[in-house]
Design a binder for this molecule. Structure first.
Ligand SMILES: N[C@@H](CCC(=O)N[C@@H](CS)C(=O)NCC(=O)O)C(=O)O
Length: 220
């Protein structure tokens, strides 16, 4: 059975995993599953109906960080996205998880207004701003951008950073009136352009564009 990547191509967490699979040259098929499904078959794989999840010959896995860990462990023969040294590998995972938990997940509170036509209260805006200013400064202590986010090699942390840093920037710019990453001195545009030159990233970006256009066409 080929690995099935379930979710949709606009999702940053879906694209994080997709980028890793493409970079490693692991065959997989994409299965479109939207969030919030009540379908038992989906809930059996992803109990909160979040995406992505993957289906493997041994069963399903949800949570992108866990999926990334499995991909690397189960496919050591393909180009590695983690260093061989366990401590160095953990440092990469630390950065990836930091981006997800302390940047993306906080910025996510702005997405309703930034991307989906909703509104966010002034209280939430102030709270997000306060946490992100602190968390971005902390991220800068870990991130290397030399030129990749964890150092001189493309790693799993780039899969997380490349899909999520632009969202943090766009959401803060749109809702808070200021790109908090740029204000802190993170040149995420140059970084995104660098990673964007990779063939795997180009495929992810092209598929995302097509999916976004289809989504907007549907909404009208
Ligand atoms: N921690 C999860 C986050 C996944 C996630 O939040 N995915 C979004 C789509 S980008 C989703 O499913 N949202 C629907 C929901 O939270 O119910 C992961 O790393 O896989």
């Amino acid at each position: 059975m080929t690995i099935q990547l379930c979710g949709f191509a606009v999702s940053n967490y879906y694209n994080k995993v997709k980028l890793a699979l493409l970079e490693k040259g692991i065959p997989f098929e994409e299965v479109v599953v939207m969030t919030g499904s009540k379908d038992e078959a989906v809930l059996a794989c992803s109990p909160l109906a979040k995406v992505p999840y993957i289906r493997t010959p041994q069963g399903a896995l949800c949570e992108s960080e866990v999926i990334m860990g499995w991909i690397e462990a189960a496919h050591p023969g393909t180009p590695p996205l983690l260093p061989a040294d366990p401590f160095a590998a953990a440092k990469v995972r630390e950065l990836s998880q930091f981006i997800d938990l302390h940047l993306e997940l906080v910025a996510r509170e702005l997405y309703a207004q930034a991307f989906f036509g909703g509104t966010v209260s002034e209280e939430v805006k102030a709270s997000v701003r306060k946490r992100l200013v602190k968390n971005i400064a902390a991220f800068q202590r870990l991130a290397k951008f030399a030129p990749y986010v964890a150092g001189d090699t493309f790693t799993q942390a780039d899969c997380a950073a490349w899909v999520s840093l632009p969202l943090v920037a766009m959401a803060t710019k749109s809702v808070l009136g200021e790109d908090l990453l740029a204000t802190a001195g993170v040149d995420w545009k140059a970084y995104a352009a660098l990673v964007g030159q990779r063939l795997a990233a180009q495929k992810v970006a092209a598929d995302r564009k097509t999916a976004q256009e289809a989504m907007f066409a549907k909404k009208g």
